[in-house]
Ligand binder design. Sequence first.
Ligand code: PLP
Length: 373
Amino acid sequence: MERFYFDTSATYPLRESAYHAMVPWLQDICGNSGSTHAYGQTAKNALEQYRRVISELLGCFPDELVFTSGGTESCQLAVRGVMSALKPDQRWVSSSVAEHPAVTRTAKLCDYWQYHQLDITSIAAPILNQIPHGGLLCVMAANNEVGTLSDLDLAKNAALQSSSLLFVDAVQTTGSIPIQLDQSGIDLMAASAHKFGGPLGIGLLYIRRGTSFVSPSTGGGQEAGRRSGTVNLPGIAGMTAALSESLCDRESKNQRLTVMRNRLKDNLSQIDGLLITGAPINRLPGHISCVLDGVSADIALAALDAVGICAGSGSACSSGLGIPSAVHMALGLTATQALGALRFSYGDYLSDKQFECALTTIQGTLSRLATLR
Ligand code: PLP
């Protein structure tokens, strides 16, 4: 049985270019970029070269990039680093329930700051006019569960009006939605390599020059004191290659993924009791989400897996917990509907033929489940 991978929002298959970029660092001695001998200096030069390439791809200065272990660490570092730097009366973190737990759970720890939860009427247009003065506004570029893109101009203006710093969790958009950071109004941004075809366990945090930031990361003081720990050079090599490949020809790739998404949406919409979730247009190109009323996601995913479709149930980290997601509840779904949340996410590795075959299988399986309710 051929398997079709529809879970790129959880993790994207490793791109061949990323694999080849990593191999030399895994085969030969990969020096520590902090060592003064030849291997160390080779590693250091390569590290700075990768940093330069990524900075050109994201439109920022190389020294504004800090390499981390992934999206979760980047989000934690952003919140904690800014809170440590602000004056006590400005230590506010504002975010909505739509944010990833890497942000909300860190923000709600409230070690020595205050947390302000934003209401949302829809994820695309959060109510941003009651943000406390100063502090940090956290907005995700795209929601991992329902694929909706946030209005980053709205977020930028809200941050400006409230004199807040703007942190954008771009884990779901980096590599698929191009960005020019120096013109974005964003102060900090998180990205994670395994979401765009790089290896697991490597990510980055962009910190705009001049941003108030005192790192909570104690240790050897790598990454200009902003993130301690020996850098993961093979991972950075893989991340650089994956980002270059994913951003190459992005417009035509996104057009194709959007055509596929619309086909999938049209087919799913014909199923009795199926409701498409998230924004209809302003959404990730290779992402569609839905709920099948009265059928739990666990049952639907097992049925799909049995016929070779590997899909997800909204959020990879909370799947299997049996708790309706806060995002789906905030969108106005009932708890039963929210427990049936499904997510199909895919990338340019799928051929047209594979996609057509998968489409028929997905529609057939979910239609059959709908009649059994
Ligand atoms: N932020 C968002 C929006 C995500 O979707 C994820 C992972 O799914 C993360 C942060 C955490 O990223 P990582 O898995 O690299 O820790």
